[in-house]
Design a protein around this ligand. Structure first.
Ligand code: PXP
Length: 246
């Protein structure tokens, strides 16, 4: 249960799947900006999209349009490739979350390894920070990665919750513990701690007990529920859980 002293936790809604449906016909519906505005009406504190190198869902024009039309902050998930970085520097989103990207993956499979592609990583971080974009690094709940994120001078990390979300019972408890320790360490090192991947209306509850996690980025479960109840309601339900706890 949240104590009154806990800062309010925020909900970023990932709307990539709206673009996935649109791209099934390469047409104009459903509208990505309209979906974002519906998510805002439901209480989203931010809108997240991943401009993938293969453009399988979100397109460049979506990112530009969203940055003009939404009122809440835009969080651009992006690889550190120079092509994507160039676009991000034109859009100048309020937030950017740097993620690893593999062509064949169905979704982002693991966190960034901050000890690889150092020059490219440094260049992306510096260029985005110079534009005053709040940079977060999407990393596994791993001590070495968290410490390295702090050394890289970013303001935030997003802890990959996929292993927790996919695990069962005892393994899940172990994963939860890793996330808890990582969130504590991140906050101790002065990082804003976000979490995301695979979270839904059930498995989010234990994570709400971790005060250091300030923001959740959730897509699949919210868009899936929206098919039955609409976006405003599916977002509002998640927001209520996040703000109210159990
Ligand atoms: N955070 C990051 C960095 C992601 O790559 C994704 C998936 O695009 C999410 C959060 C949202 O994950 P999900 O769609 O499983 O809620």
């Amino acid at each position: 249960m949240m104590s009154p002293k806990d800062p309010v936790k925020k909900l970023g809604v990932n709307i990539d799947h709206i673009a996935t449906v649109r791209q099934a016909r390469r047409g104009s519906e459903p509208s990505v900006p309209e979906a974002a505005l519906e998510a805002e009406r439901g209480g989203a504190d931010g809108i997240t999209v991943h401009l993938r190198e293969d453009r399988r869902h979100i397109q460049d024009s979506d990112v530009f349009e969203l940055s003009r039309k939404i009122r809440v902050p835009l969080n651009l998930e992006m690889s550190i490739s120079s092509e994507i970085l160039k676009i991000a520097l034109k859009v100048v989103p309020e937030k950017a979350c740097l993620v690893p990207e593999k062509r064949q993956e169905i979704t982002t499979e693991g966190g960034l390894n901050l000890f690889r592609k150092r020059t490219q990583l440094r260049r992306a971080i510096d260029a985005l920070l110079k534009k005053e974009t709040e940079v977060s690094l999407f990393i596994d709940p791993d001590e070495k990665q968290i410490r390295e994120a702090a050394r890289l001078g970013v303001p935030a990390i997003e802890i990959h919750t996929g292993a927790y979300a996919n695990a069962e019972n005892r393994v899940r408890n172990g994963e939860l513990e890793r996330i808890r320790r990582s969130a504590e360490l991140g906050a101790e090192l002065g990082l804003r701690v976000h979490a995301g991947h695979g979270l839904n209306y059930e498995n989010i509850f234990p994570l709400l007990e971790i005060p250091e996690i300030r923001e959740f980025n959730i897509g699949h479960s919210i868009v899936s529920r929206a098919l039955f109840v609409g976006i405003v309601k599916s977002v509002a339900e998640m927001k209520k859980i996040i703000v109210g706890g159990r």
